[in-house]
Design a protein. Structure first.
Length: 385
């Protein structure tokens, strides 16, 4: 009788832990650091996703690689990096990237769909809901959505200012569809205490309960000219996903059966613990940050009131207003060190808050001549990070 593999034994002994998984595959993983797609590596990942799909797991794939595929098709060197040229590469490569995935998934008799998103698509509430409904409908008919930033339109992403090699886009997708798990696959095994290539004493951080300043300080930038995202963007993505109630893992895509093992609850890479409770769609949209119009900085007392007691934000706790926004806009709430604590819907515009900040709530009408409520942001319209 043939000896069972570790993965086969795991499948028999343990039930699946996650029902809906978003997988993000980075550029370096899909190309092996070369100028072309590594179809062997892609086939390995597709095979794992197909096995999960066949077991009833809903899988969404956020894939980089369009620019690399375009460079391969045109036979051009890496030296040219200007934005219009990268948009040309993305336009040429996106079709080839999708064709590769379509062929690979067809071998498992799985239908795929392409979804190209931009920041503007999800910034407004209606767009957010439309995309969510489409993705969920695709999952209902057992189609695997393959998602990418629309590089031809979204210049900001190519400059590395918005999604950062799809890391934050993958968190946004997890937020959109209320996923159970987000897996960001790359070349590295996870998050380390230091750069393992430079520090022999660096060790893997297996579990992160909360993304705080010390964790953020461990993240560095990307030194690779192909891959746009580094550990810093992955931490940003993990912050959004976990705050939305989505468990998140950063792991190496080269580990044997990495997706299968994670789906069964095995500890691999770095696991980021999710918030205790899932959020409703409205709060997840607010938390996404894509609709944020401005920021307010609060004092230490307000930090305690918000974080520990989940109270409303009053004018007395506001120290500074950043940006221009109107009543009803979504704003970010920061502490004095610049760390975001929450986001919410403003009861007053930025000009009004600049006048009433630091004041008692019963002075608002005297200072402004009108009164929309005692709170700058009411606790029912606020999401804590």
């Amino acid at each position: 009788m043939a000896k069972q593999s570790k993965t086969e034994s795991l499948q028999i002994e343990k039930p699946l832990v996650y029902d809906r998984i978003v997988v993000k595959a980075g550029t370096r993983l899909l190309t092996g650091g070369s100028d072309r797609l590594d179809l062997g590596q892609m086939a390995t990942l597709v095979g794992q996703m197909a096995r999960l799909h066949q077991k009833g797991v809903q899988v969404l794939l956020v894939s980089s690689g369009a620019v690399a595929a375009g460079r391969q098709a045109l036979g051009l060197p890496r030296e040219r990096k200007e934005i219009p040229f990268r948009q040309v590469l993305a336009a040429v490569g996106q079709a080839r990237l999708m064709q590769a995935y379509e062929n690979l998934f067809a071998e498992h008799e799985i239908t795929v769909a392409q979804a190209l998103l931009t920041r503007g698509d999800v910034a407004d509430r209606l767009g957010y809901l439309n995309i969510r409904n489409t993705l969920l409908a695709l999952l209902d008919v057992r189609v695997i959505p393959i998602i990418n930033e629309n590089d031809v339109v979204a210049v900001e992403e190519l400059q590395g200012e918005i999604f950062g090699d799809n890391d934050n886009l993958s968190a946004m997708v997890a937020n959109l569809v209320d996923a159970d798990l987000l897996v960001m696959l790359g070349e590295v095994e996870g998050m380390y205490t230091a750069d393992p290539h430079r520090d022999p004493n660096a060790h893997l951080i297996e579990r992160v309960e909360k993304i705080d300043a010390p964790i953020e300080s461990l993240a560095g930038g990307s030194s690779d000219s192909q891959a746009r995202g580094g550990m810093a963007t992955k931490i940003e993505a993990a912050r959004l996903a976990t705050a939305s109630g989505v468990a998140t893992v950063i792991a190496s895509g080269h580990q044997s059966d990495v997706l299968i093992r994670l789906a069964y609850g095995e500890s691999l890479g770095t696991f980021f613990h999710p918030a205790a409770n899932k959020m409703d769609s409205r709060k997840r949209w607010m938390l996404s940050g894509l609709s944020t119009r401005g920021q307010i900085v609060v004092d230490a007392g307000a930090v305690i009131a918000l974080s520990n007691s989940h109270r409303s934000l009053l004018p007395a706790g506001v120290k500074k207003v950043k940006g221009s926004f109107n009543r009803g806009d979504i704003i970010a709430i920061l502490d004095s060190q610049g760390l975001q604590l929450a986001c919410g819907i403003a009861n007053y515009g930025s000009q009004d808050i600049a006048i009433i900040r630091g004041q008692r709530s019963d002075h608002i009408e005297k200072l402004l001549g009108y009164h929309y409520g005692d709170e700058i942001v009411h606790r029912n319209n606020m999401v804590l990070l």
